[in-house]
Design a protein around this ligand. Structure first.
Ligand code: FAD
Length: 474
């Protein structure tokens, strides 16, 4: 054990955050090792291929304007993006009926639309006053932290249809019901992503574009560059602080590091063992920042039949389990693809069904939105992210009432030689791929600065020592 290899930095997790951190540190000449639990990189970005050969994304898939870090990274890695299809009428299912609207709007009745817009402006105004670096510090923060988003919406949205629209729309953004996060968390998230309309929108918004071949290729391209510095099938179990470094125990061995970047969602970071134990507030945060609940479906058809009758493929369903649907065809529309989401409570209910029952449920609801052809797919894929051992829920972590104020500061604050990365720690585009990338870079900068500040000879090795870790002897 004493002879376990020593690295400048060990990164736990090869998602966008961990790989971005490793790439930056490697470019600075530091000796980095990334330990990844799964047999693949990319974490919450997972690629899949329909039987007809068309690739789709089971996890994160869209990028959009304002997501400068991830867009620049995509370009730098030689990958391409393409804009989604969103021409024609969208569908809104409400009170057993269907309503249609052009131009990216949903077909809310006029009074509901006016109320939706009034409240959206109110949310955006409140969000603009939130400091994303320290959401708990703002003038209204104490009050906003005390109530759930649900309680606030019930008090402030005066139209029943508009309120139900908010319930479903926000559930699709957070993969959680509005009673599961505080008003302050909602405002922080809206601020972090540049406004509510931007978070909701396709063209010009967070759902503007996709990566050709899938978003997992961003991580794969970074991992290729890092080569043997990335080790798969190495679930980290225990981080043990010792003189001059940290001993990182994983299934199959141990390595040592002068600094460790934990690039995991908080809920999973809380499942590692720490010696000495984490400070109470940091541990408490990991216990109280659960991930959302979402089941994502990709459904392939021979052709995008909805386009032929003037539909965009976008649908919001206020009546059923499937909340949101989008056209997700490949750029050449060589086949039709609809992507559908079940979130929050509906996802918890649907998780209890068999895969076949879930398939029937989703196809019946798609047929209710787009007609009987939607019930006859070529192929059907699903991923329940809460079942994934090394994710345990998506899209990301959220904070309930009272938590930003009491524990928010523990989100990024390093603990001894441990630094925290991951989309949940980002100030800008928190919860999104862009936020994951910048969080990794921020943690890398922290670790590099800490290493540079250490007296010469402390820790064990200088940069440039072998990057290929042995498994060590436990
Ligand atoms: C269904 C879905 C849809 C989404 N849609 C979008 C979208 O359209 N646009 C967008 O920007 N974002 C979207 N997201 C969110 C986005 O995917 C994430 O914010 C981002 O990928 C998070 O990256 P990360 O590196 O912070 O975390 P992760 O990707 O979770 O990376 C953590 C890594 O750590 C590994 N790991 C876990 N435990 C251990 C351990 N003990 N030891 C070693 N390794 C471990 C995991 O396997 C994983 O590879 C979506 C997510 C999901 C699931």
């Amino acid at each position: 054990m004493q002879n376990a290899p020593m690295h400048d930095v060990v990164v736990v997790g090869a998602g966008l955050a961990g790989l971005s951190a490793a790439r930056q540190l490697t470019a600075e000449g530091l000796d980095v090792l990334v330990l990844e639990a799964r047999d693949r990189v990319a974490g919450r970005n997972e690629g899949a291929v329909f039987r007809n050969g068309v690739p789709v994304e089971l996890g994160g898939q869209w990028v959009g304007p304002g997501q400068d870090a991830v867009l620049a990274l995509i370009a730098e890695l030689g990958l391409q993006t393409f804009q989604v299809y969103d021409a024609g009428r969208s569908v809104l299912r409400i009170d057993g009926g269907l309503r249609y609207a052009e131009g990216g709007a949903f077909g809310l009745p006029d009074t509901a639309l006016a109320e939706f817009t009034r409240v959206q402006e109110l949310i955006d105004d409140l969000a603009a006053a939130v400091d994303p670096a320290d959401p708990a510090a703002g003038p209204g923060a104490a009050e906003q932290d005390r109530v759930t988003a649900d309680a606030w919406l019930r008090e402030n949205v005066r139209d029943e249809a508009a309120r139900r629209f908010y319930d479903i729309m926000l559930a699709t953004i957070f993969a959680a019901d509005t009673c599961e996060f505080s008003l302050l968390h909602l405002l922080f998230y809206v601020r972090s992503g540049g406004g509510l309309v931007r978070l909701m929108s396709t063209i010009g918004g967070a759902q503007d574009s996709r990566v050709l071949g899938g978003t997992h290729r961003i991580s794969e391209a970074m991992a290729e560059q890092l080569g043997p510095r990335v080790r798969l099938r190495c679930p980290v179990r225990h981080l043990e602080q010792e003189e001059g470094g940290v001993r990182v125990h994983f299934d199959g061995g141990a390595v040592r590091a002068r600094r460790v970047i934990v690039a995991l969602p908080p809920v999973l970071a809380g499942r590692l063992r720490y010696s000495p134990p984490l400070p109470a507030n940091r541990d408490s945060l990991t216990q109280q920042m659960p991930a959302g609940t979402v089941i994502k479906f990709q459904v392939a058809y021979e052709r995008p039949f909805w386009r032929e009758t003037g539909f965009s493929g976008t649908a919001l369903n206020l009546d059923g389990h499937v909340g949101l649907v989008y056209d997700n065809c490949p750029p050449d529309a060589s086949c039709g693809v609809l992507v559908a989401f079940i979130e929050g409570t509906h996802a918890r209910d649907a998780a209890d069904l068999t895969p076949e029952q879930r398939r029937q449920l989703v196809l019946a609801e798609l047929a209710g939105l787009f007609g009987p052809e939607a019930a006859e797919p070529l192929d059907f894929l699903e991923r329940n992210w809460s079942e994934e051992e090394y994710t345990r829920g998506c899209y990301g972590g959220r904070l309930g009432t009272g938590l930003w104020k009491r524990l928010g500061r523990s989100l990024r604050e390093p603990v001894d030689r441990l630094h925290w990365a991951g989309a949940e720690t980002a100030e800008v585009w928190n919860g999104y791929m862009d936020g994951a990338v910048t969080s990794g870079r921020r943690a890398a900068a922290e670790a590099a600065a800490a290493l540079a500040a250490e007296p010469a000879g402390s820790g064990a090795v200088a940069a440039g020592v072998s990057t290929v870790a042995g498994t060590g002897s436990a």
